[in-house]
Design a protein around this ligand. Structure first.
Ligand code: HEC
Ligand code: HEC
Length: 394
């Protein structure tokens, strides 16, 4: 596998690495995303369906076409396999491989289990049984070492919630924690004064280290350039659209959950925007992150997966953010750990963060940072996409 393509970016480029031509992935026109300016009013045109874009969809009919790749990533993460476990290289529509046929039956089974037993709620997913293996374990294991405390702790958005209900009255409320975070980060006036941020640093993944430049500009614009031997890898969001670029390849548009994630990363005033992002918030206990205790806050959003925030018990700063990408079969998690907070223009900014997904992780360490410097808007102009293919008339 080509190391350059590994964990830097999401769905798109991994698929390119797998040899799949993404020619067909030009979906509908612009998709309105929530930005800080219009977080309340989201309007999205009716998305194209998977079966309209792909050749051989039998079970996942009706899901948005944009969700197909994340859904495939959910499957690979759940079974611990590569795309080729089920797919013929370069001909994803073919049904030659047995596991692909089995996977269709498994989807039907999963939907039936949830329908018949959990009132249609997606309680059981591929991962519930498979746990990163093609062969689910049916027999309990014997105890080979002394039990560690917390070993069987559940994880996921609601983990720890029940345990915490009893002592909830004692600790701070979610609102208090969000307020404390704003204070810890410098206070709303100082945070809102930041209009741009330019960072230089390194991105480390899979034993490699490459220089990276990141430009952010209010409102909700962000672009990063990872300097690779043969050119720049680009991840960008301009307030409405997001795109990914690799040297020598056409840009790929971001869709669905990737756009949602990009808009969060691009927000220079996230701390002061958190409250309005959520329809409901709840403290779901405390957890150890590294050697420090953190409060876990569950933020529900309208029509989107929740976001989980972890605030350092002492400093009040955001030390971890977990968000989920929607797929047809379950949520795909992304975890970002923030560290090395430093003072800059009266605000606290993390100089290091690690982003982890089921498919890989990377760490960015900032070495130089400037804020409130001019950043040319031309940086955030999306390069032209390749011509959409002339598919069969519909
Ligand atoms: C465990 C088996 C499995 C794995 C692993 C898997 N897929 Fe799939 N894939 C399927 C099944 C099953 C379908 C058909 C779904 C349906 O009929 O509704 C499908 C359909 C597709 C299609 C639509 C093809 C067409 O034109 O009809 C694409 C594209 C695709 N997968 C890409 C991927 C990619 C990329 C990966 C790796 C990230 C991947 N798949 C991993 C089982 C798998
Ligand atoms: C209720 C438990 C359960 C769920 C949920 C489940 N599976 Fe399975 N799956 C199994 C079992 C058990 C087997 C058989 C494994 C064996 O033969 O050892 C299996 C086998 C498979 C195989 C064949 C593996 C091989 O080596 O050929 C595939 C592919 C697969 N599952 C995909 C999926 C996908 C995709 C999902 C989610 C849509 C899913 N499964 C959900 C229990 C489950």
């Amino acid at each position: 596998m080509n190391w350059r393509l590994v964990p830097l970016v999401s769905a798109g480029l991994l698929i390119v690495a797998g040899g799949f031509s993404t020619g067909g992935v030009q979906a509908h026109s612009k998709m309105a995303v929530q930005t800080s300016a219009n977080r309340a009013s989201v309007s999205e045109p009716a998305p194209k369906k998977a079966e309209e874009q792909f050749k051989n969809i039998q079970v996942l009919k009706g899901i948005p076409a944009d969700e197909l790749f994340p859904t495939m990533q959910f499957i690979t993460a759940s079974l611990g396999v590569e795309c080729e476990f089920c797919h013929v290289h370069g001909a994803f529509e073919k049904d030659d491989k047995k596991p692909k046929q089995t996977a269709r039956k498994m989807m039907e089974m999963m939907f039936a289990i949830n329908k018949d037993n959990f009132e249609g709620h997606r309680e059981v997913t591929c991962y519930s049984c498979h746990r990163g293996s093609t062969h689910p374990v049916a027999i309990p294991v014997v105890m080979t070492e002394e039990p560690k405390e917390g070993m069987a702790e559940p994880h996921g958005p609601d983990a720890g919630a029940k345990k915490e209900e009893a002592k909830e009255s004692a600790g701070p409320t979610a609102d208090q924690l969000l307020d404390k975070y704003v204070q810890a980060a410098g206070g709303a006036p100082a945070i809102d004064k930041i209009t741009s941020r330019v960072m230089k640093g390194t991105i480390d993944f899979g034993g490699k280290s490459l220089p990276i430049d990141i430009y952010s500009k209010d409102p909700d614009k962000r672009i990063s350039f990872t300097h690779m031997p043969d050119g720049d890898s680009v991840t960008a969001f301009n307030g409405q659209e997001g795109w990914l670029g690799m040297p020598g390849r056409p840009v790929r548009e971001m869709h669905g959950s990737d756009l949602d994630a990009a808009s969060i990363d691009a927000d220079l005033h996230l701390a002061t925007h958190l409250k309005q992002m959520f329809s409901q918030t709840r403290v779901a206990g405390t957890e150890k992150i590294g050697d420090r205790e953190a409060y876990k806050v569950l933020g529900q959003r309208e029509a989107k997966p929740p976001i989980i925030l972890y605030f350092d018990k002492q400093s009040g700063l955001l030390v971890r953010l977990v968000r989920y990408g929607e797929t047809a079969l379950g949520w795909l998690p992304t975890q970002i750990d923030y560290a090395d907070y430093r003072d800059a223009n009266g605000v606290k900014v993390p100089y290091r963060w690690t982003l982890a997904r089921p498919s890989g992780r990377f760490t960015i360490q900032v070495s130089e940072m400037k804020q409130n410097v001019p950043v040319d808007d031309a940086k955030f102009v999306k390069p032209p996409s390749p011509e959409p293919p002339k598919g069969p008339a519909k």
